[in-house]
Design a protein around this ligand. Sequence first.
Ligand code: KL2
Length: 671
Amino acid sequence: MIASVMFYALYPLSRFIGRLSELWCKAPSVYVNGKEVWDGGGAVSGPQQTGLSLQWHSAGDTDTGRDPDHTETESPQGALEIACMETSVNDGRADDEKAALVLEEETDDRDPVMNECVFTRTECESQSEHSCAHAVEIDAAHDDDRVMDSSLSDMFLGSGSGSEAPLHAGCPVFDLAALLADSQTAAEPFGWHFPTGLGLSQMCYRPYVQFPAVSYYPAFQDSDSIEVTWRVWEDFSESRTGACVDAADAFDFSIMSYNILAQDLLEANPDLYTHCPEEVLAWDARLRTILKELQIWQPDVICLQEVQEDHFHKQMCPVLTEMGYTCIYKRRTGSKTDGCAVCYRIERFTQLSVKLLEFRRPECELLDRDNVGIVLLLQPLSAQSAALSPVCVANTHLLFNPRRGDVKLAQMAIVFAEIDVMIQKCRSAGRRCEVVLCGDFNALPNSPLWRFISSGQLYYHGLPTWMVSGQTDLSHKVHHARLFAPLWPSSLGVSDRCQYKSESQTAASGIFPVYNRQYSHESMLQLRYCPAACVRPADLELIPGVTDKTPDPEDMDMFSRRFGHTLHHSLSLASAYSEVRPDTQTPAVSTLNSDGAAMVDYIFYSTQRSGSAGEEESAGGLQMLGRLSLLSEADLWSLKGLPNQTFPSDHLSLLVKLQLRSLSHSDSRLV
Ligand code: KL2
């Protein structure tokens, strides 16, 4: 009896106390310049993530500008030598999981329950400025190889808005790679684990049993080291036809598009995140994970959406500047506090031109929304810079409202018109121009808006505005607002080829007839082939020859030529991501919240237009060398949805590696 009382009462109590102490000292901490910048609360990457980033940083860097060696944990001449010393064991769990990363110069005012890892910097002095780890790059930038400027750590701590992290004096270097290296060993399973040899007695963990229930299986345990299991690097560099160009003729660069979820929007729409524990929604934790993700990949160009203005200026921009980026920010108009940002590495690009876009136009009733964009013209920097065409990078976050495809199309037309301005600038200087269009387009793959971007044209006549983005099915509604020419007033100055019109064109465009809601025989004939008429209602009885009629493409062309009603742009763009995951053929998604999951973020890049035989065309286009895979909705729910400990936003980042080829001699006239 006494034994069972002890068993039922004392055992759970001791388990509870044990768990508490685990929680207390579970997370590894990271110290920067003596301050705790990483409390272990966010995502910790696992071995494959580290492997991926190593692969990323070491592979395919054919150009001279890029840092050739970020692989400090692999390189024998790496910046850091890591030796973890166990100093305390308090509950028998994996020692490394509790290890605090502190530096050897550190004084003793650290948390006594934590273990320490000693990092010894070696050989940096003999390397070139950029051949060491990221931390060393930062040091070098400050002309001091031993002591890092405190501002990076301050930014990690959010000191601009008041830091609450404890101070730990004397730690000169924040080293992300060291953090990752540590986390490699942090993934010890929690559950039955039997020693396999002598000297491993401390690896025999007690079983995790939910008392009094007994399971044959170890209970599910949160692991914060599985990020890597999910997102893999898809390498296309081998499979690309003609990709084997001389390395000296190519400029490889990486570009990321990432909607980081503005904290104000998160707080304004709590219903979208009911599945999330509070701690993954806290901005400080999300910021750390976002910055860490950027540090892991160090894309040459970063296109961000939903960047809250204060967070950007006080916290993100200073860190990114320290990392070697130049940042451009455009806040949304009106009372919205977030906007878009583009950051590029100054060692890889120089800026030729920039345009900040506001889609709200007081003179145009249609364009009454506060969305914005950024269009940049960047010149790649490398030994053969003169032979490399500039790259136009555009970043935008289109209107969310699923019903207002008309607004989305007009916003998109402005982006294309501004890209066209950049292209014309290049052309007038005798240069080609490649284009990368990034952003959150709030439109699904194969939706009319997506098709418009990908194919260069959209026959829109009669298309219900809710259909444009494919976000929701509003076919049950009685009344549908539809698209008719003109899509926007000519006062906007943008043609249906998405180019700015010259003044004479603007004047002439007023004479085009408007077919809007005229039920003439002719207009009814046109409607026969409008996209909406081609969507078969689910309950429509199939009568051969009557209700199975599909439009003849030639008829469509004829109508389109005769009546217009087609929107064009002149770029040849391909989406870096496909709508299904190549391995599982399940839909890939880029965003998920309580309302559902979808792909709405894209990176489009200019390609060689298929079928074009022109010499100039065939010389151009970017090649995709690889991309970071997206996930399926099921994958993300198995991680408890978004945001989670590993992925800090309700969107995933998109990351691709592109190759820009040097121009043929005839094209390579200097600006
Ligand atoms: O879908 V988004 O999230 O690209 O991740 O873009 C918008 C939405 C962003 C900027 O307007 O805010 C989110 N329901 C769901 N999401 C909304 C809503 C809404 N009613 N309003 C704004 N957003």
